[in-house]
Design a protein around this ligand. Structure first.
Ligand SMILES: [Zn+2]
Length: 276
């Protein structure tokens, strides 16, 4: 891995995820979507954090939405995705309404970067490493502008609100991450063995009727149980009529359970497999 010299810390990629918004304001970090921040909404026209695939950044003509234009501006400001001038690392701070503690999301299987994250997971309570392997060029996330990136998800926190405990925890984690990156640059970072990771396999939607209306909710027994084992026969949804729906699939570890921003994406939760 090349040295982690040029590091960009972002908040406000989603305008109503206030941990990152206010950490960025406090420390002068990069505020990714100020227009959405100003109205405290996730986005104005479309999800900024789905606008950074190279094919999207290259679109020149037609009517571009606010966030597509913003993505092009950010890409230029930060050096250009896929180029030598791109940052070595982006840390992008997000919130989730799901009970995920602090989850460090990587969309590359980069053992060195995973090792830095493992130090964070070891030093802080309730921190997990989440792998979401993707082709970097076509991955739509802001962090993929950089050569490497970690998305820091902190929850549970309702969007549009602040939570002091999470705010200071994420702040400490970011500064610790910078120290660990520096230690790694100097060749002083010990390797951690047996790192626990959660690798996303797929996402599942809510049960819906033929018109697309949701007809069941997250089961109360599953609510808040992110990263806990889900096995066939366990309750997963509860119908609007109160009927229990049991899981019939593979043994897995769900995350992003009942994330508010994912109702529009047709995601009730993402399934992961645990490894260590
Ligand atoms: Zn977000």
């Amino acid at each position: 891995m090349e040295l982690l010299d040029k590091i960009v810390i972002c908040g406000g990629t989603h305008g109503n995820e206030l941990t990152g918004v206010y950490l960025a304001k406090k420390h002068g970090w990069f505020l990714a979507n100020p227009e959405a921040v100003a109205v405290c909404r996730r986005y104005i026209d479309t999800d900024l954090n789905r606008c950074f695939a190279l094919s999207q950044l290259r679109v020149e003509s037609g009517e571009l939405r606010v966030e597509n234009l913003r993505a092009k501006v950010i890409n230029t400001m930060l050096g250009g995705k896929g180029t030598e001038a791109a940052p070595d690392l982006i840390l992008d701070i997000h919130n989730t309404t799901a009970n995920m503690g602090v989850t460090l999301i990587l969309n590359q299987s980069d053992t060195e970067l995973i090792n830095i994250c493992a130090h964070i997971a070891k030093e802080f309570e309730d921190v997990r490493i989440y792998l979401q392997p993707e082709k970097r060029d076509e991955s739509p996330y802001l962090g993929t502008i950089a050569k490497r990136d970690v998305c820091i998800e902190a929850g549970p926190q309702p969007h549009g609100t602040l939570d002091a405990k999470l705010f200071f925890k994420v702040e400490r984690i970011v500064f610790r991450f910078l120290e660990l990156a520096e230690a790694w640059n100097k060749g002083n970072l010990p390797k951690i063995n047996g790192i626990e990771t959660f690798k996303e396999t797929r996402s599942i939607d809510y049960p819906r009727d033929s018109e697309g209306n949701i007809i069941a909710m997250i089961h109360p027994a599953l609510q808040g149980r992110d990263f806990c084992e889900l096995k066939a026969g366990m309750p997963i949804f509860m119908g609007l009529d109160g009927k229990e729906i049991l899981w019939e699939g593979e043994t897995c570890y769900p995350a992003f359970i009942n994330e508010a921003a994912y109702y529009e994406k047709g995601i009730a939760m993402s399934l992961t497999e645990r490894a260590n």
